[in-house]
Design a protein around this ligand. Structure first.
Ligand SMILES: Nc1ncnc2c1ncn2[C@@H]1O[C@H](COP(=O)(O)OP(=O)(O)O)[C@@H](O)[C@H]1O
Ligand SMILES: [Mg+2]
Length: 303
């Protein structure tokens, strides 16, 4: 199994879109996937059709009140995809975490009990480098950075890479970078192509820049308001195909690697090293106290 944080301290660079659509595209390939919504805005939760007000046990209760991660996991409308959602308490989390000793390790400890039930865990990070993102990076095997090909794109990355180095030194020496992903890509503009070239040159021989780029499309912008990932909302669209291509790159990068990454000798089965499925999180024993997705009206989710 592998835990991947999707992060960039800038907002609006496609983190949440990637968290949802990449998770769904990997789930479509038969892997068991858990998406953790760590952003107080709860956009991933809302975009998968959940009403945050109806989520009684969320990542907030796990981080702050010590509820088990297992009790906060829901099945989603996508086969093989589960979510650990955010609810309306979450905006308080950043402040409340300050009172907790070893506060950067809380998420890591919380997901230890569930992580071997999944092949992939993705964490959708808030647009900051605060304590929530530090928790995500501490809990992760690797980081996926989303970025837009725009002027000064590299400036923001430098700060993020510094944070990665601090996390490696102090919290999680194993943290890798699985890759940098261009989102909202518009190949018609010269600036986009120039920035892309610059970023690829900058990382040449080092950090991977995914070959797949995610185009800017209306379908990708619309899907969240229908509570669906692009793979269900517009399954044959360019956006869906792009996220499937990205899924292939991520699967290749994690499942062929030895050491970091997929540690279960039975990838895709959700079984642990004993071949034992005990303790895996099944849809039918999930989310006690939480409404199931079926309980939630089909109308576009309230923000
Ligand atoms: N490839 C894309 N094409 C068009 N719109 C997109 C695309 N990716 C994301 N969006 C939209 O852009 C906005 C910001 O994206 P989002 O994924 O929420 O960014 P972040 O999580 O980094 O803040 C959202 O309204 C989202 O629906
Ligand atoms: Mg977001």
């Amino acid at each position: 199994m592998t835990v991947i944080s999707i992060a960039n301290q800038k907002g609006g660079v496609g983190k949440t879109a990637t968290a949802i659509n990449l998770s769904s595209a990997i789930a479509e390939r038969g892997r068991r996937v858990l998406l953790i919504d760590l952003d107080p805005q709860g956009n991933a939760t809302i975009s998968l059709g959940f009403n945050r007000r109806e989520v009684f046990i969320s990542i907030y209760e796990v981080l702050i009140e010590g509820m088990s991660a297992r009790s906060a996991i829901f099945p989603t409308i996508v086969d093989n995809l589960w979510i650990l959602p955010a609810n309306e308490n979450m905006p308080g989390a950043e402040v409340e975490l300050f009172d907790i000793p070893s506060r950067a390790q809380i998420l890591k400890n919380a997901i230890d009990e569930v992580k071997y039930s999944y092949d992939y865990i993705f964490i959708d990070c808030p647009p900051s480098l605060g304590i929530l993102t530090l928790n995500a990076l501490t809990a992760s095997d690797s980081l996926l950075v989303t970025m837009q090909a725009e002027f000064l794109a590299l400036e923001g990355l430098t700060q993020l890479l510094k944070t990665v180095n601090i996390v490696r030194e102090q919290l999680n020496p194993e943290l890798g970078i699985i890759g940098v992903l261009f989102t909202m890509y518009d190949s018609r503009t010269r600036l986009t192509r120039e920035v892309e070239d610059e970023v690829r040159r900058f990382f040449e021989g080092g950090t991977k820049v995914f070959n797949t780029v995610i185009p800017r499309t209306v379908r990708l912008a619309e899907a969240p308001s229908h509570g669906l990932p692009i793979t269900l909302y517009a399954p044959t669209s360019n956006g869906a195909e792009a996220y499937r291509d990205l899924a292939s790159e991520v699967i290749d990068a994690t499942e062929t690697r030895t050491g970091k990454g997929i540690e279960s000798p039975y990838p895709g089965t959700g079984r642990d090293s004993n071949g034992d499925s005990a303790g895996r999180t099944e849809p039918w024993n999930l989310g006690q106290g939480n409404p199931c997705i079926e309980d939630i009206p089909e109308s576009p989710p309230a923000a």
